[in-house]
Design a binder for this molecule. Structure first.
Ligand code: CDP
Length: 222
């Protein structure tokens, strides 16, 4: 699989947990007819494999790397969304379980894991134009794309959004780990447009992104 830079358009959307990245990115992708990729779901899918193997990523990072070496990771395109199949399986709803929420940031800070998944992420831009969301898309995965956004929201608003989804999730703890890790920490990429979504509706954030892309000349003015 080639790891060369994409020739297609990549719109990178980064930000902390529950900042609205997935919902906004999915809508922008639908509006533009691009594919949508949630890289968080990729880290979650591999974390699921680690859990199923009975490995504790905190105490046994070498065990995680051993699992990685044995895991068959394949892209799985469904409609205009690209997911991962791990060992032929789609973990489905298990990806957003408490078990995964509490371990994913520990797994995601392991360099070998990031290297393997970044390769999958870059490959997904070979087949089509994409909107990709995550933590390091504009800074590491596609640093050369001119279309970069960083969505933020106050910690309080983000905690409310996650609770409204009915999910127990220590987002402050995940943000702390994601922002402080050595490899590819969560940060505003150079050249990214920062949007504070605390007081904006989903539609307003989508329109803000689209109007910015129109100003950049990627799409016609609405
Ligand atoms: O949806 P939410 O913002 O809660 O999280 P997510 O996007 O599903 O990402 C889950 C976790 O995966 C993050 O907390 C990070 O630890 C990790 N992740 C990452 O390290 N790099 C990415 N590009 C995307 C996610």
């Amino acid at each position: 699989m080639s790891d060369s830079p994409a020739t297609n358009v990549v719109i990178a959307v980064d930000g902390p947990a529950a900042s609205g990245k997935s919902s906004v990115s999915r809508r922008v992708a639908n509006r533009l007819g691009y594919a949508f990729v949630s890289t968080g779901l990729m880290y979650r899918a591999f974390t699921w494999v680690v859990c199923e193997a009975g490995i504790d990523p905190e105490s046994d990072p070498e065990g995680v790397v051993a699992v990685l070496e044995k895991t068959d990771i394949q892209p799985d395109r469904r409609g205009n969304e690209i997911f991962l199949r791990v060992n032929g399986e789609d973990p489905g709803d298990a990806l957003t379980s408490d078990r995964i929420n509490s371990r994913v940031s520990i797994v995601a800070k392991i360099p070998d894991v990031r290297q393997a998944l970044v390769k999958q992420q870059r490959a997904s831009a070979h087949a089509s134009d994409i909107v990709m969301e995550g933590r390091d898309i504009g800074s590491v995965v596609f640093p050369d794309t001119p279309y970069k956004f960083y969505l933020d929201a106050s910690e309080e608003v983000r905690a409310q959004r996650r609770a409204a989804q009915g999910l127990g999730d220590e987002i402050a703890e995940r943000d702390r780990m994601d922002a402080n890790r050595k490899v590819s920490p969560l940060k505003v990429a150079e050249g990214a447009t920062v949007i504070d979504t605390s007081d904006l509706s989903l539609d307003e954030v989508v329109e803000t992104l689209l109007s910015h892309l129109a100003k950049q000349g990627l799409i016609p003015n609405a």
